[in-house]
Write a protein that binds this ligand. Structure first.
Ligand SMILES: Nc1ncnc2c1ncn2[C@@H]1O[C@H](COP(=O)(O)OP(=O)(O)O)[C@@H](O)[C@H]1O
Ligand SMILES: [Mg+2]
Length: 159
């Protein structure tokens, strides 16, 4: 078992509006960890969260920064969706290579609930991005690879 104070990487996995940022904000002061919110970085840089090419480049930079922080003993929370198993494998193996803990959180909610939350979030101006439609969510749900029991066993226990 890890010590509670040990350095760790926390991955939060889930579709848009599943509550990743909300959970990351709760966890950050408890761990304590630096939260890297890709959507916030994107919008604050004046760019579009729908720009896939930029998204991939920003994720790469934030992952490089994450590894530097972890190597210096700073815990980090990555709260972008990590939709693909391969993305989670990369982060888990990277953390292991640095000798730090790595935890996975998976947030799930019915599609109708996600759609409602996304609509409310848009109406509130909380995330200034183009609206996410039902059709988007239905497509994303077919692409998303939820973690299974076997994958969870590869991670450390959540504190
Ligand atoms: N468990 C929950 N129940 C109801 N609403 C929630 C819950 N978690 C988050 N929300 C709300 O849903 C919206 C999306 O949450 P957010 O944390 O921004 O999701 P994500 O970061 O996964 O896109 C926000 O307005 C948030 O306040
Ligand atoms: Mg978010």
């Amino acid at each position: 078992m890890k010590q509670k104070s040990s350095t760790r990487l926390v991955l939060i996995c889930g579709l848009p509006a599943s509550g990743k940022t909300t959970l990351a904000r709760q966890l950050a002061p408890q761990i304590p960890a630096i939260r890297l919110d890709k959507d916030q970085w994107t919008t604050q840089l004046g760019l579009d969260v729908w720009d896939d090419e930029f998204r991939v480049r920003l994720e790469r930079q934030l992952w490089a920064l994450t590894q530097e922080l972890l190597a210096q003993g700073q815990s980090v929370i990555l709260e972008w969706g990590h939709w693909a198993r391969v993305e989670r494998d990369e982060k888990r193996l990277g953390a292991r290579a640095l000798g730090v803990g790595v935890e996975l959180y998976y947030l799930d909610a019915p599609l109708d609930e996600l759609i409602e939350r996304a609509q409310r979030r848009n109406a509130s101006g909380e995330l200034s991005a183009s609206p996410m439609s039902r059709a988007h969510f239905e497509r994303w749900a077919t692409i998303f690879q939820p973690p299974d029991e076997e994958e969870f066993l590869l991670f450390d226990e959540q504190d």
